[in-house]
Each structure stands twice: as structure tokens, then as C-alpha cells.
Design a protein around this ligand. Structure first.
Ligand code: KIV
Length: 273
């Protein structure tokens, strides 16, 4: 059932997300990369649309998120913005657009906001990128943090396994999360970490904590659209719930179309002028 009731038709803002957390209302977030999907999920009532750099994987077919460029992210973000009325739209800052220095980071964030009209950016990392996050926040651009498994650092980690199982990494994650809240981030994504740790972070922070593979104790959940719709054959991590099998639907529809074209059944008299 759609959750798009009159009350829910109110535009989602960063401050509304903080209010949702305060009253215990869970936040729903999904990725989208194009106009049509953004329009569909916005009308279905999603709270936050993430223009994720996972576009590098699911749209462009790259093995990692590293190759996607700032121009490509802006292209996806512009398309999503055209289809979105209610949801808050957050855009991932791509690898290489903010790690160099804080002035370059600000210039990248400004390009995203100016050219796409999106409402916030997301950045991976903690203390290492503090200066860049602060500079972007000072310019009035809302920032969502991202800790735990940060796919832009895959070459450092070496695997996509669960992060922060050991105390030292868990302590750093907690202190990074507190720091991101303290400097003014409006939310934090926690990816693929133990559920107990994610629950602790969510109860420690006032800002919303959105989980992916981080258990049920966070203030909201995010999934990659192509994964939850069953369009990404072969990707079935434990944290993923598939809500449809669109891969199968497409395969069957295209199979029937090919048969009808080959047999001459399509188009019929009624489908012709
Ligand atoms: O790029 C992305 O889709 C993400 C989500 C997995 C949180 O960062």
C-alpha cells in the first residue's frame, strides 16, 4: 500500500528527518539514478532518495564505485530531481571529488548543489575528511556522513566483509559518528557493521542513523534499488531483502516480445494504423 497520504505529502527536509527520529518514526531511503525510478519511488512515499555512487556499479557496470565522475553524478542527480517532489534528495560525492583538499571538496559540493538542485551531499569517512566536511557545512550545504564499510576505500579494506567487529575499529567508528554530529552533519549512514554497534551509535546520537546491513536498531534503512527489486542477479548478501524479482519479469516479457515479433503476431491489426 502506498504511504503517500496527505500528511505524508509534505516535503521531507533535513530537519524533518531529525524530528522523525525524535518521535521514533523510522526513515525509509532508497537509491535512484534516473527520472522514471525517482518519480515512481517518490510517489510511493519514500522519505529519502540517495543518488548513490553505486550508479557506478548498477548503471555503468563497473566493479567498484571508484570510476564514476563528478559530471556523471551530477547527470544522475539532475534526472532524479526532475522526478522528485516530496523526498529529500541526497547525492554521493564521488571518489576523488573531496579527498584531495577541503577547497576542492567545497567546489565539488557546490557544483552538485548548483547544477543538480539536489538538497544534500553524502561523504564517506570520519576524522580523515573532517576539514572538508566542515568547509562544506560552512557553505550551508547539508552533509550526510557514511561510516563502516565505505566502498570508496575498497582497495584499502581488500574485501566487502563486515567492518568494525574489533574494539579498536568500533571505538573509532563511534568517535567518528560523534564528531560528524558535533560539526553539524544532519544524518549518518552505517554500512555493514554489527547490529549491536549500530544500535549503540543510533541511541548515542540525536541525528538520524540510517543503516544498510547494520541491523534493526538504527533510525532508518537504505537499500540499493536494483538489489531490492531483484535486478542485480547474483548479489544476495545476508542483509538484502528482495521485494520483487524484476529481473525475471523483464526476462519473461522480453522473451514473449521476441516470440511475438518472430512469429509475426506483433503488431496486430488493432495495433496498426
Ligand atoms: O552508493 C550507495 O548506493 C550507497 C548506499 C549503499 C548507502 O552509498
Amino acid at each position: 500500500m502506498s504511504t503517500n497520504t496527505t500528511d505524508n505529502a509534505r516535503k521531507v527536509t533535513t530537519s524533518r528527518l531529525v524530528e522523525m527520529k525524535a518521535r521514533g518514526e523510522k526513515i525509509s531511503m532508497l537509491t535512484a539514478y534516473d527520472y522514471t525510478m525517482a518519480k515512481l519511488i517518490d510517489r510511493a512515499g519514500i522519505d529519502v532518495i540517495l543518488v548513490g555512487d553505486s550508479a557506478s556499479n548498477v548503471m555503468a557496470g563497473n566493479v567498484t564505485t571508484l570510476p564514476i565522475t563528478l559530471d556523471q553524478m551530477i547527470y544522475h542527480a539532475k534526472s532524479v530531481m526532475k522526478g522528485t517532489r516530496r523526498a529529500l534528495v541526497v547525492v554521493d560525492m564521488p571518489f576523488g571529488s573531496y579527498q584531495g583538499n577541503s577547497k576542492e571538496a567545497l567546489a565539488s559540493a557546490i557544483r552538485i548543489m548548483k547544477e543538480s538542485h539536489a538538497e544534500a551531499v553524502k561523504m564517506e569517512g570520519g576524522a580523515e575528511i573532517r576539514e572538508s566536511v566542515e568547509r562544506i557545512l560552512c557553505a550551508g550545504i547539508p552533509v550526510m556522513g557514511h561510516l563502516g564499510l565505505t566502498p570508496q576505500s575498497i582497495n584499502k579494506f581488500g574485501t566487502y566483509n563486515v567492518r568494525a567487529r574489533e574494539k579498536e575499529e568500533a571505538d573509532k567508528l563511534m568517535s567518528d559518528a560523534r564528531m560528524l554530529e558535533e560539526i553539524g552533519c544532519f544524518a549518518v549512514v552505517l554500512e555493514k557493521i554489527p547490529a549491536d554497534l549500530a544500535r549503540k551509535v543510533a541511541s548515542d546520537l540525536t541525528i538520524p542513523v540510517i543503516g544498510i546491513g547494520a541491523g534493526g536498531g538504527t533510525d532508518g534503512q537504505v537499500l540499493v534499488m536494483h538489489d531490492m527489486l531483484g535486478m542485480n542477479d547474483g548479489f544476495s548478501p545476508r542483509f538484502l531483502r528482495k521485494y520483487a524479482n524484476i529481473g525475471e519479469v523483464v526476462n519473461s516479457a522480453v522473451g514473449r516480445y521476441i516470440e511475438d515479433v518472430k512469429s509475426g503476431d506483433f503488431p496486430s491489426e488493432e495495433e496498426s494504423y
